[in-house]
Design a protein around this ligand. Sequence first.
Ligand code: HEM
Length: 234
Amino acid sequence: MDRIISRDQLHFILLKTHSLTGLVPIGAYLVVHLSVNSLRTVGVLPYQLSIDAINNLPFLIWIETIFIYIPLLFHSFMGFYLTKSARYNLSRYRYPRNGLYTLQRVTGAIVFVFLIYHVGTTVVPKWTEGKHLFEAAPFMIGILNEEFGTWTGRIIYLVGITSATFHFANGLWGFCVSWGIVVGKKAQRNAALAFSLLGLALTVMGFATVFEFSMHPESTVPTLAAIPHLDGGS
Ligand code: HEM
């Protein structure tokens, strides 16, 4: 019996889906996530309110699973698979020329390990300790204060952030080239410059957040408790 799609077609579809998920939703999530976290540099209250907004979303677990965890797992495992198969089939890939190709794969692996640590030390304790709605923000801020109180924590985050922003910015360039959005040598050079600046801006934002937490750790109480008439208190 004939296959509905050939092996090559399946490979092509998986390759394109892998490339697309790197941009949306994962890349978009990274930009929003680093931006929201950088609110900590404005003050602990704006940061707390932004975490409140996220943790009070209806169907949060479904939103996170569908728009973050499933695409992230698909992108990661496809990334490992492509890295393995690329060794035997380099001609399929468009820009295997230089160190950036290797760095893209190395940073992907670092981000994967970083994310296991990051989610394991933030989201997992939040769920296991039942810190939902307005309880989540002070709990999360407490965890981050502790994390950034040590050099080990700071270094893990600085490496994780740099790897993620490089992987995203360099991946964005690869995406634009392989989807035929940026054609021609000059356009590709300009795009490389623009995406490097974007990557740099995101890195600065992430670093600023880490430094703010490190230099000014502040604990908070749940927003509702801080506004007694909303909490039903006297
Ligand atoms: C300054 C650096 C960062 C800080 C302070 C930070 C903070 C946080 C916090 C507090 C959460 C838990 C949110 C909640 O459940 O309420 C979280 C989740 C998460 N972070 Fe980060 N993060 C940082 C960098 C990164 C980077 C670089 C990545 C990407 C590689 C990343 C990816 C994620 C993912 C995938 C989740 C789980 C999504 C969710 O369930 O909400 N984070 N982060």
